[in-house]
Design a binder for this molecule. Structure first.
Ligand SMILES: Nc1ncnc2c1ncn2[C@@H]1O[C@H](COP(=O)(O)OP(=O)(O)O)[C@@H](O)[C@H]1O
Ligand SMILES: O=C(O)C1=C[C@@H](OP(=O)(O)O)[C@@H](O)[C@H](O)C1
Ligand SMILES: [Mg+2]
Length: 198
């Protein structure tokens, strides 16, 4: 079965857990007047909390549900934030080929305060820092290969990172006189960055 392709004006944020894909995607959508979809948020809305999905279906089952949600999300133009492991799926890799794929990069030291008490990301259970680094090392080559743009977010705020994305993709900025407020989809109708559901 052939996959649909993401339109070239879709911007997809990829990268490791807690780098800021959700927070930056939301801010970017607000700044550029585009729709925002966070695929974890869609999964939670559709099926329940991420942790429960891992408990019920295992990582493999979660990836199948996730891949389906990603396919739906990226075929609509707009800003799309993926979960950190979504790029493991071959169909997802294929569908991203034509999109502007932004790899938000970071390191363990930077994300440590964001993950040290994390109970919502099942893959970080046990020793979050070690698990984060392990997953980062495994996935970094995939992020790098899929990326149209790589942004080193170390030392940047969420706003600073969104600015860096706009600098890298200047066509994102709307014309001042014609910009309309962002339409909502997925996550941008909820207030904070918790997209994991519990
Ligand atoms: N550049 C940043 N500086 C400080 N805090 C950040 C930054 N990016 C994200 N955060 C915070 O870190 C946490 C994880 O961010 P999130 O957007 O959920 O990451 P991701 O979607 O990549 O897992 C959130 O509380 C968010 O507000
Ligand atoms: O990296 C991963 O495998 C995961 C990342 C999470 O999303 P964030 O990257 O937004 O935290 C979420 O999809 C799930 O916990 C699995
Ligand atoms: Mg996220």
């Amino acid at each position: 079965m052939s996959s649909p392709m993401a339109p070239s004006d879709t911007v997809v944020l990829i990268g490791p857990m807690a780098v800021g894909k959700t927070a930056v995607g939301r801010m970017l959508a607000r700044r550029t007047g585009r729709t925002f979809v966070d695929t974890d948020r869609v999964l939670v809305e559709r099926y329940g909390p991420i942790r429960g999905l891992f408990d019920q279906h295992g990582e493999e089952g979660f990836r199948l549900l996730e891949a389906d949600v990603v396919q739906g999300a990226v075929t609509d133009a707009g800003i799309v934030s993926l979960g950190g492991g979504a790029v493991l799926d071959a169909g997802t890799q294929a569908v991203l080929q034509d999109a502007a794929v932004v790899f938000l990069d970071t390191d363990a030291r930077t994300v440590l305060p964001r993950i040290s008490r994390d109970s919502k990301r099942p893959l970080l259970a046990g020793n979050p820092l070690e698990r984060w680094q392990e997953l980062y090392d495994q996935r970094r080559p995939i992020y790098a290969r899929l990326a149209s743009v790589v942004i080193d977010t170390r030392g940047l705020s969420v706003r600073g990172t969104a600015d860096a994305v706009v600098r890298a993709l200047p066509h994102l900025l709307p014309d001042r006189h014609t910009a309309s407020p962002p339409r909502t989809a997925g996550a941008n109708h909820e207030s904070r960055t918790d997209t994991h559901g519990d």
